[in-house]
Design a protein around this ligand. Structure first.
Ligand code: ACO
Length: 511
């Protein structure tokens, strides 16, 4: 990039230009699941704060989820695949120990002739999407940048063995377009990371989709990582802004605070925990009113309070108003779909944008806490653009996400019995070769990519469900064909309510 004087200049305001989300067309109701699992009424819905859980049949895998969301984003933006110079995938849904999901996505690039696309997959539990985002932003800000966009994809299928972790599953994928002059910018120099070796949640059995989980340790590790990241973030923010005469950074310096969301209750407790951090970091007579009734907790140490229910309740109560404003709007998708693992934090960003008026998004500053078991965690911050004028990038992004509620409502409810059978089928056939899935194609949302077959050498082929008018992508994905052109009830509803009409790109031809 050259400036007016012919000198080289680095791109400015690098960040998220656009986002698209995909979640599966099936869900199980958590009320029904409580009955089915014979647990006390309210355990999943009140205790965990979840209302529905999205899941996939054997027709979808990590590759198909990512194919679907990347194509949705490219079509929404009307972009050519030749405009992408980097593609990064974050996932922990591993179906191949060598071949990346990224290389499968290159099939979408085939017709454009663009094979000059950097980036592969990043894996560490739910953190991979954040690693992919940081890599992509760094590429745009680096000497290697060639002026094209980066694409970040985060996707996962979160399924647990039968037992107390199962209601905290979910599934979905996010695609984010990264470039300069973005409406949502990552704040420079303001990032705090905490990493440690912990066996809280891991996947040592490579033949199974299910993780090995120490639930209690995972919750404690999440809280510890949050404390450590927040402390580092506050220190960096205070150092950066010391010239402005402000002493301590607190939650009040943010307009919104979003979290990786395994289940919504943990997030409300986490905001309370940050309020507790603020309380311990800040003292003085001028704050007496603000913290009245909490004085007895003044001498506690963070590390002694991970499971202190009294402190937890006191600070959840203390931060309730902040939670309603700063965090609750971000939980729309998490409550209805569940833990998506790598996309979880970014689904919260989508939910937050979709739930606010455009005026409420103008110039805001958003804290983002990313957590991946094992563990890797970062707290970073985003700045939204001040420009919300007609046709501005932020307004366009906001408007394009207005269909989310309708898309959630267009899903198909499946009974817990059927849900359990489908998970059993996935479990029994995971890694089977050859294998042809049996899940119904007509139940998928229109334009969803799905697994057609796994051959005897474990090579997977994918097709795309198309609605009338039937379209064919020449040469894209082996065996791409005209297929299922009937609209299902779900499909019709989806088409009616979608605010982003599907436009055919040049590479897609009507048949
Ligand atoms: N009505 C209302 N609340 C209830 C009811 C009821 N009938 N029954 C239980 N509860 C409450 C409990 O009091 C508890 O609340 P608390 O956390 O405020 O104490 C909550 O519901 C959960 O109940 P527990 O008995 O503690 O739940 P359990 O131990 O069975 O499982 C857990 C919870 C550990 C989160 C489990 O689902 C799990 O292992 N999930 C996967 C791991 C995970 O998500 N970890 C989070 C970070 S790591 C990651 O993202 C994967």
């Amino acid at each position: 990039m050259n400036n007016q004087n012919g000198h080289h200049s680095w791109p400015e305001k690098v960040g998220i230009i656009d986002v698209e989300i995909y979640f599966p067309s099936f869900y199980v109701d958590q009320n029904e699941l409580e009955n089915h699992d014979n647990v006390s009424k309210g355990k999943y819905t009140i205790g965990l704060g979840q209302s529905k859980m999205g899941f996939c049949s054997d027709r979808e895998d990590i590759n198909s989820l990512c194919l679907t969301v990347v194509e949705q984003l490219m079509q929404k933006r009307g972009l050519s695949y030749s405009q992408i110079g980097r593609l990064e995938v974050g996932t922990e849904t591993i179906i191949d120990k060598s071949k990346s999901v990224k290389t499968v996505l290159m099939e979408l690039f085939k017709e454009s002739g663009n094979h000059d696309v950097e980036g592969v997959d990043s894996t560490n539990a739910c953190y991979g999407g954040t690693a992919a985002l940081f890599n992509s932003v760094a590429w745009v800000e680096s000497s290697a940048w060639d002026g094209r966009y980066a694409l970040v994809v985060a996707g996962d299928i979160a399924v647990y063995a039968e037992g107390n972790a199962r209601p905290t599953g979910g599934a979905g994928a996010i695609a984010m377009l990264i470039g300069p002059n973005a409406p949502i910018v990552l704040e420079r120099g303001l990032r705090s990371t905490y990493m440690e070796h912990v066996y809280d949640f891991y996947k040592p059995n490579l033949m199974s989709e299910y993780p090995t989980v120490d639930g209690k340790l995972s919750v404690q590790s999440y809280a510890k990582a949050l404390d450590k990241c927040y402390d580092g973030f506050c220190r960096k923010a205070e150092k950066l802004h010391k010239t402005k005469g402000k002493k301590c950074f607190t939650l009040k310096d943010l307009d919104a605070m979003l979290f990786h969301t395994p289940y919504c209750k943990l997030v409300q407790k986490s905001l309370g925990r940050l309020a507790f951090n603020d309380f311990l970091r800040n003292s003085g007579s001028e704050l007496e009113d603000q913290y009245r009734g909490l004085e007895m907790y003044r001498d506690l140490k963070l590390e002694d309070t991970y499971f202190n229910k009294e402190v937890e309740k006191a600070f959840v109560d203390h931060s309730r108003t902040m939670f309603e404003k700063m965090t609750k709007p971000s939980l729309l998708i998490a409550k209805e779909v569940g833990n998506m693992y790598t996309p979880s934090l970014y689904a919260c960003l989508v939910s937050y944008i979709a739930s606010q008026s455009i005026e409420a998004l103008q110039g805001i500053r958003v804290g983002m806490f990313s957590y991946g078991s094992g563990l890797a965690a970062t707290l970073f911050s985003l700045r939204f653009s001040d420009d919300i004028s007609k046709g501005s990038p932020l307004r366009a992004l906001h408007d394009s996400l207005q269909s989310i509620k309708h898309r959630l409502a267009s899903r198909m409810e499946v009974s817990p019995k059927r849900f359990t059978e489908i998970l059993k089928l996935r479990d029994n056939t995971h890694h089977q070769a050859p294998y042809t899935p049996i899940g119904k194609i007509e139940d998928l949302f229109p334009n969803t990519w799905y697994l057609e077959h796994v051959d005897e050498k474990h090579r997977r082929s994918y097709l795309q469900k198309k609605e009338t008018p039937c379209i064919q992508r020449n040469g894209c994905i082996t065996k791409m064909n005209v297929m299922n052109c009937e609209s299902t009830k779900v499909a019709e509803d989806f088409c009616k309510v979608s605010a982003t009409p599907i436009r055919l790109s040049e590479s897609v031809q009507p048949v």
